[in-house]
Design a protein around this ligand. Sequence first.
Ligand code: 5GP
Length: 201
Amino acid sequence: MIGEVTGGGPGSGGLTRPRLLVVSGPSGVGKSSVVSELRRLLPELYFSVSVTTRPPRSGENDGEHYHFVDDAAFDRLITSGELLEHAEYAGYRYGTPRGPVERALDSGRPAVLEIELAGARQVRKAMPEAVLVMLTPPTWRELVDRLTARGTEDPAVVARRLETAERELSARDEFDTLVVNADVRSAARELLTLITGDTST
Ligand code: 5GP
């Protein structure tokens, strides 16, 4: 079993489940920064830790940024029904462990998944009550600059991610809300409002 949820949260025992927020958007749009800021604003939020076959980047820790597994282990998770959704992205596989998300929601904690388009579509089907948000760059040029400046990938990988980005952005109509990431704090506050419904922050 992957990733236990620790602690309960406000609202336990209520009739309605708290929200499941799915944050999607192209690589380089700043999903991780926005979601980190959101966690700072709402510490009781459960942030799903995905499983991936991608090797760790420098500074990434197993169990914290991802659960890093090999293909065989990933296959076993699919077969045993432990993944809420899974998809392939830029040559590697990614998936959301189902149990921790369900336990978080059951215990009253809102949950956030930061996943790509194919996975977001699967969550839409499996959990229609989920709120799907697409994070978009202010301009296409900005996305190209951000992806190039990151410098962690070689040019072929950047080119492939831009192609994927174009495809992901063209699916914007499938999402409940678009949030433009012109500024990390403002974008995070918009997400917070979607979760809490509170517009005073
Ligand atoms: P990265 O390799 O840059 O960490 O992530 C690549 C892409 O995979 C990003 O768009 C990220 O949102 C997405 N991703 C991360 N975890 C998951 C997951 O569990 N499921 C799906 N479908 N996509 C994921």
